[in-house]
Design a protein around this ligand. Sequence first.
Ligand code: COA
Length: 335
Amino acid sequence: MAARRHRTRTSAWARVPHARAPAARRRAARAPPVTGLTLRAVEQRDVERVGDLNFVAFYRVALAHGLQPGIASPAESRGYIRHLLTIDPLGGTLAEDEGEVVGLAWVHPRGPVATIGPIAVDPRVQGRGIGRRLLERAVELAGRGVPQVRLVHESFNGQALGLYLHAGFRVVAPLLDLELPAGTAVAPAPAPRTVVVRPAVADDRARLVARDARVFGAPRPQNVDLYLGRGRALVAESPTALVGYALGIGFRGTGYLGSASADDPALLLALVVALAAELASHGVTVRTLVPATDRRLVEGLTAAGFRVFRACHYMVRGGGTAPPANYVLMNGDMM
Ligand SMILES: CC(C)(COP(=O)(O)OP(=O)(O)OC[C@H]1O[C@@H](n2cnc3c(N)ncnc32)[C@H](O)[C@@H]1OP(=O)(O)O)[C@@H](O)C(=O)NCCC(=O)NCCS
């Protein structure tokens, strides 16, 4: 019903011709066609325009729902687009209408798993099929036959949920985006006695990449390297086997904690709390994305001072199930 209302209200299928839109629907559309809509790869020269569009789209949807925006400024958003161009230079697509950037989408292909995000459309032209085309392009770029495409969706956002459901994604798990205010003094959570927790060193890289690949579903060494090089990483050993790890990184006042995983739920909590305490003591607000159904982790983190920032959905297209047990997702569209 909502979808039908939306379609009628935005009746712009002729404006943005769509491969799968039935001809009758296209003919029935009333809005003038978008004559110049093109999709192309995002390049360095697009950083400002794409960053600003990303900021405006996300800022507006958060404010419309009375929520604090996840991206605080255009500068932060531009920085994020620069980061995406570094880590996945071929993953970005922008939509242009007569030379003006009106949308963007990013895909992160990692062999059998691809993740998608961000995706955003200029608020002035939302509801006209541009998001759908960008999402389809992102799925195409993930590669034909990639077994699983994932994304994290903010639960409050009905428009985005409609987009994803219509494109064949399904909700497989509820998530919580938790936040620990900067400077919070955090009491440590005890690790099992037989385990030694220490900062990761360069020699841990291969084991970290392998362990992360097991829980994520595919190797992503470039992401692990980012955290090892510019962020913080803890490893847990018992006695010499790697039984857990936690990665975190701070950008302009916000720290992102994850991925993290451990053989044992108590150890996972200990690792996450230890890394969160370290990041918070450096003056960053820490965010982390955890399975909402992991009661022990959620209760442990809220007891440590985390509060709920957002409720989210973990969505997949293709095969694949909920995230594995004792796993904290990597933030920043790399879940
Ligand atoms: C989410 C967003 C990218 C969608 O882009 P868009 O161009 O407005 O979306 P489209 O016009 O392509 O609509 C896509 C589909 O969603 C459907 N849809 C939209 N709103 C809906 C709703 N409330 N309920 C159900 N379906 C809905 C449309 O009917 C359409 O499906 P169809 O092609 O089968 O008819 C855009 O609204 C946006 O930028 N929002 C702010 C940023 C954001 O929230 N990004 C996603 C974060 S999770």
